[in-house]
Every structure is written in structure tokens, then in C-alpha cells.
Design a protein around this ligand. Structure first.
Ligand code: ADP
Ligand code: MG
Length: 426
């Protein structure tokens, strides 16, 4: 599917796609009888992912022999205002034969004495038999325009009134060529504890809960081989202390309560807990002040999650949501608590292939942050891709999952780890 934004663009593209071959590459030759349109087309090419190609020496020599000295025989080929219909025959034929050229855009501004219809006819004559390289024409005069365009269109040469329209269509054809050549990719199949995850989901549903707890989410992720930071749910201060000693300081402590969705909004996440004193204070706050700030009873707190504190990564989000038309879609983006503010997420239809996840990860706007800027090391994009594929398998195996996210997935220079997540079941 090729997406267009306007009806005009739809017709422009349909004209090109329905009559012309899709170019093999993006190297364009421009043939014109005036400098301005040639430059406009060249600029439009750059903006549409096309290249104003260097013509082969033989082509340039041939054109040099056939055109006046003032003409430019480098691309854009500018035959100047004295060009006739015959000039178009010669030049278009020459660039079409050039091995450095994948597509041709011919444009004409009528000077006195040369008829638009005749130029159209000349372009048709040389381009009609071409099977490999698309030829698009731009007629910019007023007199004879309907006749000229009709002549072109009857012969299957898309004719446009504006240079940008032709180039936009050609750019779309080239993108389509790239899509045709894109490998299909494969959906990976990872070893996973499918039944273990199913049991956790079933238990929550049996209790009438739509939302898994933080620890249940971690267990489901672990069942699918998605790395999570070491954690333990502590019911008492002593439990929490023992957990922290077991995993090593510093730790992060989080309130666990079904009705607290965004823990940090209510002070429910305490990072950098360095020692016993800090741990005890945090535990008390998380079980008294925090629920009251969240407007829930202290008895609704299921406990405090003690988690190893990880440092030196980039926060990203990996998730899944249901699209009314596409069904389950995977999501990836820059994450953490600023995910909504950044709005830098991309989607892929489940199940995603290895090729899909590669493209997804690289198509966020902030990809350079993950590739390493200002001397920072690059994040492990491969680990993100694998986590995305594992989440894809997880939600495919368990259609009860309506929505989920791992936020943040902390991406390290090597590997990555989930420190928080949400799963909603239906
Ligand atoms: P919530 O999304 O419910 O507010 P999170 O568990 O995602 O809670 O924590 C909020 C933020 O705290 C994270 O985006 C991250 O910046 C930080 N954080 C949470 N857990 C850890 C951890 N184990 N190590 C380091 N930072 C963490
Ligand atoms: Mg979070």
C-alpha cells in the first residue's frame, strides 16, 4: 500500500504506477529547455530520496555533438530555449540509453514557435517502447496544454503540470521498489514457559482483576525470557531489608497496589536507597503517606517491591496495544516517565518479524540517542529487537492480554533489563 495525503497526489501517483515501470534505482536524468524548471526538479529529487545522477561520458559526448554550445550536457540536461520537438527526441533517447540512469523526467516550457503538443508527441515516440525505465513529463505552458497532456496520457506517459507532482510520483515509485526488495523476514520462535504465564493470567482473571501486579508482570516477562532486574516483594520492613542485603545496595523501592497505576506520580518509587536507615524510612513512607496521597487505603498496599538499582542505561518503552483495525500491535519508543511527553513511539503489526523490529527500532525520531551521542556508548539495539519479538510471542500466545508495556526497558551498551511493566487482561 502506498499512502498519499491528498486526492491530487493519489491521481498523480496512480498515473505513474499504472503506466510506467517501477524504477530499478533512484538515479534520475532531467531533460529541460529552461534552467529554472531543471533546478526545481533537481531540488524536488533530493527532497524525495532521488539522485540527480552523473551521466556517462559517452552520453555527455553525444549530447555535446547534438546541442549548441550554450546548452548544458550535464544533468539536468538543459537544451535551452532553442530546443525543438526533435531535440527532445534526441536527448530523451540518449539519457534513456545511459546505464547511469534509472528514470527520466522531461520538462518543457513553451517558447515562441515550439508547440507543446509536438514536444509531447516526441517524448511519446522515444519513451513508448521503454520497458524498464520510467519516463515522466512535465508540461508547463498554457497553450496546447490539454492536447499535450492528452497525447502523453493516451500513450501511457504520465504528464504533469507541476515539476514537484512528477517527482513526488517518481519518489513514491522508488520507495515502492525498495519495499519490493525488502526481505520478508521471519517470526522468531523462542523457548518459553507458556503454561506458567497462562497460570498467572488465569489466576488474576479468576480474582476478577483486569490488571496484573508488578510481580506478576515480572513473572510473565521472565516466563518469556525477557530479562528483568532482580526483585522481591516485601511484606514487612524486615523482609525488605533482607531482600536488599541479598541483592546488594543501592536498591529501588516501589509501592505495589492495584489502584496505583503510575507509581512515581504519587511518590511511590524511591530510587537510590543506600542503607538500612534509608530503607526503613522509605518503607514507612511507601506504606503510609503514599497510599494516602493516592487516595487509597493503606490496606490496599500489597507490599513493597525491592528491586536492584540499575545504572547507565537509556530508558525505552516496549509495549502492545489493540488497534481497532489491525488488532494487536507492538510498540517501541523512548520511554520512562516522559514517554507521553516525548511522544516518540512507533508501531508494528503483531506478529513482528526480525525485519520489522529492526525497522521499528530505527524509525523512532530519537534513534540517535540510542546510537550514542556526545561520546556516550551506543545502546544494544539487538537486545531491544529480541525483547520486542519475545513480547510479540507472549501476546500472540495469550490473547487475554489486552494491553501491556515494559516501561522502562533500560537499554544498556550490552543487553537491557525491564524494571517496570503493566499488563491488562480482558
Ligand atoms: P512508574 O512507571 O509506575 O512511575 P517505574 O517503576 O517505572 O514506576 O519507575 C519510575 C522511574 O524510576 C523509571 O522510569 C526509572 O527512571 C526509575 N527506576 C525505576 N526502577 C528502577 C531501577 N530498578 N533502577 C534504576 N532506575 C529505576
Ligand atoms: Mg514505569
Amino acid at each position: 500500500m502506498v499512502r498519499v495525503d491528498t486526492v491530487e497526489e493519489m491521481f498523480d501517483l496512480a498515473m505513474a504506477f499504472s503506466h510506467q515501470p517501477v524504477p530499478r534505482g533512484n538515479r534520475v536524468a532531467i531533460v529541460t529547455n529552461a534552467g529554472g524548471p531543471g533546478i526545481i526538479i533537481a531540488d524536488a529529487c533530493e527532497a524525495n530520496g532521488l539522485v540527480v545522477t552523473e551521466l556517462a561520458d559517452a552520453t555527455k559526448a553525444f549530447l555535446r555533438d547534438h546541442f549548441p554550445e550554450e546548452a548544458s550536457v550535464t544533468n539536468p540536461v538543459d537544451m535551452i530555449a532553442s530546443a525543438t520537438a526533435q531535440s527532445y527526441r534526441v536527448a530523451v533517447e540518449a539519457v534513456l540509453a545511459d546505464p547511469n540512469v534509472d528514470a527520466v523526467v522531461a520538462t518543457f516550457v513553451p517558447p515562441l514557435g515550439v508547440r507543446q503538443e509536438d514536444v509531447a508527441e516526441a517524448i511519446v515516440q522515444v519513451a513508448a517502447g521503454e520497458r524498464e525505465k520510467p519516463v515522466l513529463a512535465v508540461l508547463m505552458g498554457r497553450q496546447g496544454l490539454p492536447q499535450g497532456l492528452a497525447e502523453l496520457n493516451e500513450a501511457g506517459i504520465p504528464g504533469y503540470r507541476f515539476p514537484e507532482s512528477a517527482v513526488r510520483a517518481l519518489g513514491a515509485m522508488y520507495r515502492y521498489r525498495r519495499w519490493l526488495e525488502r526481505p520478508v523476514g521471519a517470526v522468531a520462535e523462542f523457548a518459553a514457559d507458556r503454561d506458567g504465564a497462562a497460570r498467572i493470567i488465569a489466576a488474576a482473571r479468576a480474582e476478577g482483576r483486569a490488571k496484573l501486579t508488578e510481580t506478576e508482570v515480572m513473572q510473565v516477562l521472565e516466563a518469556y525470557g525477557i530479562p528483568v532486574a532482580p526483585y522481591r516483594l516485601a511484606a514487612t520492613e524486615e523482609d525488605a531489608l533482607e531482600a536488599a542485603r541479598g541483592m546488594g545496595w543501592p536498591v529501588v523501592m516501589k509501592v505495589v497496589a492495584e489502584r496505583i497505576v503510575h507509581k512515581s506520580d504519587v511518590g511511590g518509587v524511591v530510587v537510590g536507597v543506600e542503607d538500612e536507615t534509608a530503607l526503613r524510612a522509605a518503607f514507612r513512607r511507601l506504606t503510609t503517606e503514599v497510599p494516602s496521597r493516592a487516595g487509597i487505603g493503606a490496606d490496599e498496599v500489597r507490599g513493597v517491591l525491592v528491586q536492584a538499582m540499575v545504572a547507565g542505561g537509556k530508558e525505552t518503552i516496549i509495549g502492545m496495544t489493540h488497534d481497532p483495525q489491525f488488532g494487536p500491535v507492538l510498540m517501541f519508543g523512548l520511554g520512562g516517565i516522559y514517554v507521553e511527553a516525548l511522544g516518540d513511539v512507533v508501531f508494528g503489526v503483531q506478529p513482528v518479524t526480525d525485519v520489522d523490529v529492526r525497522e521499528m527500532v530505527r524509525s523512532i525520531r530519537g534513534i540517535r540517542l540510542l546510537e550514542g551521542v556526545r561520546g556516550e556508548p551506543a545502546s544494544d539495539l539487538g537486545a531491544i529487537e529480541t525483547a520486542l519479538q519475545r513480547v510479540s510471542q507472549l501476546v500472540g500466545d495469550h490473547p487475554e492480554i489486552r494491553e501491556m508495556d515494559v516501561n522502562p526497558w533500560i537499554a544498556f551498551p550490552s543487553g537491557g533489563v525491564a524494571v517496570d511493566g503493566r499488563i491488562t487482561v480482558g
